[in-house]
Write a protein that binds this ligand. Structure first.
Ligand SMILES: [Mg+2]
Length: 301
């Protein structure tokens, strides 16, 4: 069934709980997006259950809540689920207690790894690691850190040591402000994977992606924040088909796409995108990663 154009008001009427992506839905680097402040005020005033589901692995929930508050979004830390919070489960399932981890990310990202049982090691030449955890693009010298972590990964694989490659935030890019984009953790992981593939062809050394488009973050938020609500009464609101909408599909939840990184008119019609790039070719077999249940032009309630 093709996506149904709707309004936030109708989404709220028809569902018992909301899962909300943050970047591109509520905020961008410049501050709150149109309608976001009014939406959060309404959710809080009416005690409508909601959870923030962000691939961001660079901020602890309290840090995130403080940042939201600076954008006039009064979101309690207890309503925030981020991909960094999935590290604890991953480390536990893979018996990674005490693993020496090269962590790309902020001090909060290191705190996620430490809380999960890992031991962050200082990024330096010659470091030996058991795991490489790519959380974020901030908190270090981008180029130097990529060189050091790629080198440490090559040394570990060359020595035949097991190496865990963990990517809480698979996002390749994020919206900075109108018309501007930035690379983030997923883009860095792609570079490291490309380097490892060149050095070790055929080994298939790839990162385990924890956040969206996998279902785990949405299941985590449902269990931890929206416990008691039926899955068929929830809706995920996001701005990226490849992450938010695909994650909702993987989790078996309804979804609403708000125009942001993905614009449904472009996703639906590759010829539209091709018109802007005459050299590109469009395969007849091309399909969107997932189809949203609804289309939202704005989160304004
Ligand atoms: Mg987003």
């Amino acid at each position: 069934m093709p996506p149904i154009p709707t309004t936030m008001r109708r989404l709220l009427d028809d569902h018992d709980g909301l899962l909300l992506d943050a970047y591109g839905v509520l905020v961008d680097v410049s501050g709150p997006l149109p309608g976001a402040v009014e939406l959060i005020e309404l959710l809080e005033a009416t005690a409508k259950p909601y959870a923030i589901c962000s691939n961001d692995a660079s901020r602890l929930p309290a840090t995130y809540a403080a940042r939201f508050a600076r954008a006039d979004l009064n979101i309690p830390a207890a309503r925030i689920a981020s991909a960094g919070m999935l590290l604890a489960g991953y480390f536990s399932r893979h018996a990674m207690e005490g693993a020496r981890c090269a962590v790309l990310g902020t001090p909060d990202a290191l705190a996620f790894v430490t809380a999960a049982g890992g031991e962050p090691v200082p990024l330096r030449q010659g470091m030996e690691i058991d795991a490489l955890v790519v959380c974020d693009d901030e908190g270090f010298d981008f180029r130097e850190a990529l060189d050091l972590t790629l080198s440490a990964a090559v040394r570990a694989v060359s020595a035949g040591r097991p190496l865990q490659l963990v990517l809480p935030n698979p996002d390749i890019l994020y919206p900075k402000c109108a018309g501007e984009f930035g690379f983030t953790a997923g883009g860095m992981a792609c570079m490291i994977e490309a380097g490892l593939a060149r050095r070790f062809p055929g080994l298939g050394l790839t990162f385990t992606r924890l956040g969206k488009p996998g279902a785990e973050l949405l299941h985590f938020a449902h269990r931890q924040i929206l416990g008691g609500l039926r899955a068929d009464r929830l809706v995920m609101v996001g701005d990226q088909v490849e992450t938010d909408i695909a994650a909702a599909a993987a989790a078996g939840l309804a979804s609403a796409l708000v125009d942001g990184i993905s614009q449904w008119s472009h996703v639906q019609d590759p010829l539209h995108a091709r018109a802007a790039q005459p050299a590109a070719t469009s395969s007849g077999a091309w399909r969107p990663a997932a189809e949203p249940t609804y289309l939202l032009s704005s989160v304004t309630p």
